[in-house]
Design a protein around this ligand. Structure first.
Ligand code: PRX
Length: 654
């Protein structure tokens, strides 16, 4: 880590916005002044950009920290704000979604059409007995129906839990059960890497073999036909979308819902084996989602073509595909498939075809394009691009520069946006047109957000020093809790700096001499692989669930393309070895983890070892395993119970 810090500190390139860009930018420096002068008034003003059924009179209730209430006595409807109000304002013919399927099929969905579809789906869900507060799981490919499903659920006050389509049946089951979902919305399958990847079978599996004593909560499964793959059917439970939705009425009044009404649960990995259901509520979330999408992505709804490449299964897809852009009445591109199907220039072909002006993606994608080489993007016309965004992991200055020069024609501002599933929306970022950008730095909290970098005791570290990133004041889109586990919420995020009342993000950061923020990665046992959060504990428990494994330790090792990669060290059971040959077992274990959690969790490397480095109290020293995984000399081993262990492991890994 220290060589990385030194490298970052030597970064002195600066890019000021062009005067033309600054002149037409949505953001201006006054935003900072206004927010500094009256932070709550600032957020109240932005909240008033939304449509309220009942205006709020109170901005923030922080009388029972860390349980915040924003705009608590107001009432609104999130789906109405994303749909009906644009139609009522005369923008019904504007494209909301420019959808591109992986095989090349396309659909243009206007605000009027999306509103109509969402109203029908809302009626279908109500017809199935879904009422406000019920949970609906969504397990879908990136097709317009995924967005319509989310909006229909929240329109009637139900709560969605979107599960990324790449997760396994087991992961889906765990999430369905934890939330107690009443309905699952899915598709037969979707296109990935040139073929149909089935989804419905995973839902069937998730709903069939549940453990003893777990109560079945799912009453219906609503299925979109997309992949046209064969699917099993459970009469009475399963319903085709194309039968139910077109037949439903397109009249549906959006009910007024309390500002703090729960909006969605999104599961994310923490430091234990069990994913956390992060809970977000309505008005505060939508306020910050819409505001940040406008000022950070510089969205001019009447002219921009925006493209956020995230899947709706992640928080980035929630906030910057579904809620932010639609609340702003923007036009956006949605792409179903993988970046390299059927050819490595697919993304740039899409940028050219739709004239994308604002692109928001992850460093891991940029690094894989760098590997392929500049010739691929340079064979497309990317001149429409004027703002580039980055999210999900630290972006190294080299990737930042490549993004700017090769994709952004050396002129488009780059916004490196730091935030989390828990923060709901962007927290730290440059503002295009305002900020002089620095390659590799997320730079400054956005207006209205208060963050700091502190030491273990919660003291400001001062410029030029590293420490822990904290949020020092409540913010509108903050998580309101962990579904069903208020204690874990307090303990995970608020216990560490309880005296100061700071939110602990779990990230290390450094302030440079200008006070700008440089993110340095997680300080806990959470890994970041291709911008996706994975927990070491979750993968370890999957590995030990295999009959061959006695013990396992997982670390995140740095990887040139994916940021970090999962590397596992596994001790096999004597009894298993007595009856089986160990050949091919590492590969079997990789696939096992993929089946248990999902392909993204598959370890890059699995090393079969005879021991693991432990302290005298039995704690695994992952730091030493990371040294081995990254091919470095092993660090200080003096606190190990048996100091010879590391040479044994190093020899076995070679
Ligand atoms: O470690 C930080 C990293 O991603 C984590 C949050 O992951 P998740 O909840 O999955 O949300 C990802 C998309 C918002 C953070 O704790 N992270 C996110 N953005 C950045 C980042 N690290 C450095 N720079 C970023 N811009």
């Amino acid at each position: 880590m220290s060589s990385q810090i030194d490298h970052l500190l030597n970064e002195d390139r600066r890019f000021a916005p062009s005067p033309e860009f600054a002149a037409s930018a949505i953001a201006d420096a006054d935003l900072y002044a206004r927010a500094a002068e009256d932070r709550l008034g600032f957020w109240a003003d932005h909240a008033r950009d939304l449509h309220w059924h009942t205006p709020f009179t109170e901005v923030l209730d922080w009388s029972n920290p860390p349980f915040a209430k924003w705009f608590d006595d107001g009432e609104l409807n999130v789906a109405y704000n994303c749909l009906d109000r644009h139609v009522e304002a005369g923008n019904g013919d504007r494209a909301a979604l420019l959808w591109e399927g992986e095989p090349g099929d396309e659909r243009r969905v206007t605000y009027a059409e999306l509103t109509d579809e969402v109203k029908r789906v809302a009626n279908v869900l109500e017809g199935l007995g879904v009422v406000a507060g019920d949970r609906v799981a969504i397990y879908m490919p990136m097709i317009p129906e995924a967005i319509a499903a989310m909006l229909a659920v929240v329109r009637i006050g139900a709560i969605h839990s979107v599960v990324f389509g790449g997760f396994s049946a087991d992961s889906l089951r765990a999430r369905i059960d934890d939330a107690g979902a009443k309905v699952v919305i899915t598709a037969d399958g979707g296109y990935r890497k040139g073929k149909v990847s089935a989804l419905k079978p995973a839902v069937d599996q998730a709903l069939s073999d549940r453990g003893a004593g777990v109560q079945e909560t799912v009453e219906h499964v609503l299925v979109v036909r997309r992949g046209e793959n064969e699917v099993d059917w459970t009469d009475g439970r399963d319903i085709w979308w194309h039968d139910a939705v077109p037949a439903a009425s397109a009249d549906h009044d959006a009910p007024a819902l309390p500002a703090e009404h729960p909006l969605f649960i999104l599961y994310t990995s923490g430091t234990t084996g069990k994913p956390k259901g992060i809970l977000h509520t309505s008005a505060g979330y939508l306020t910050q989602a819409a505001f940040t999408n406008r000022v950070v992505h510089d969205i001019h709804p009447e002219s921009d073509v925006y493209w956020c490449t995230a899947d709706v299964g992640w928080i980035t897809g929630h906030t910057y595909v579904t809620y932010g852009p639609l609340a702003n009445g923007a036009t956006q591109v949605i792409y179903e498939g993988t970046p390299d199907a059927p050819h490595p220039g697919r993304w740039w072909e899409i940028v050219e075809k739709y004239g994308v002006t604002v692109l928001y993606t992850a460093p891991t994608a940029i690094r894989s394009f760098m590997k392929i080489g500049r010739a691929v993007p340079q064979s497309f016309d990317l001149s429409s691009l004027r703002v580039l965004g980055s999210v999900g992991e630290p972006i190294n200055p080299e990737a930042w520069m490549w993004y700017r020069e090769i994709i952004g024609a050396d002129s488009a501002p780059i916004v490196d946006t730091w935030w989390q599933t828990e923060t709901g929306a962007i927290m730290v970022s440059a503002l295009p047109g305002v900020t002089e950008t620095k390659p590799g730095s997320a730079q400054a909290p956005i207006p209205g957000i208060s963050i700091d970098v502190v030491d273990e005791q919660g003291r400001h570290v001062g410029n030029g020093n590293g420490g822990l990133l904290v949020v020092t004041e409540p913010w509108p889109s903050m998580l309101r809790g962990i579904w069903g586990d208020p204690e874990r919420f307090v303990e995970t995020y608020w216990e560490k700096f309880r005296d100061q009342g700071f939110y602990f993000a779990g990230d290390g950061a450094r302030l440079d001499d200008d006070g700008d923020v440089w993110l340095l990665g997680r300080v806990d046992d959470v890994m970041n692989v291709s911008g996706h959060r994975l927990s070491t504990a979750e993968i370890e428990s999957s590995l030990v669930a295999h009959e061959a494994t006695a013990e396992a330790a997982v670390v995140g090792a740095s990887d040139e393309t994916t940021g970090q990669a999962v590397v596992a060290f596994v001790i096999l059971k004597e009894s298993y070895l007595a009856a089986h040959a160990p050949e091919g077992l590492a590969q079997q274990l990789r696939l096992w983890v993929g089946e248990q959690i999902g392909p993204i969790a598959r370890p890059r490397d699995i090393y079969i070892v005879s021991e693991l480095p432990k302290t005298r109290s039995g704690k695994i020293m992952r730091r030493l395993l990371r040294d081995v995984a990254e091919g470095r000399e092993v660090g200080d081993t003096t606190t190990l119970a048996d100091t010879a262990v590391m040479s044994v492991i190093s020899a076995q890994v070679k």
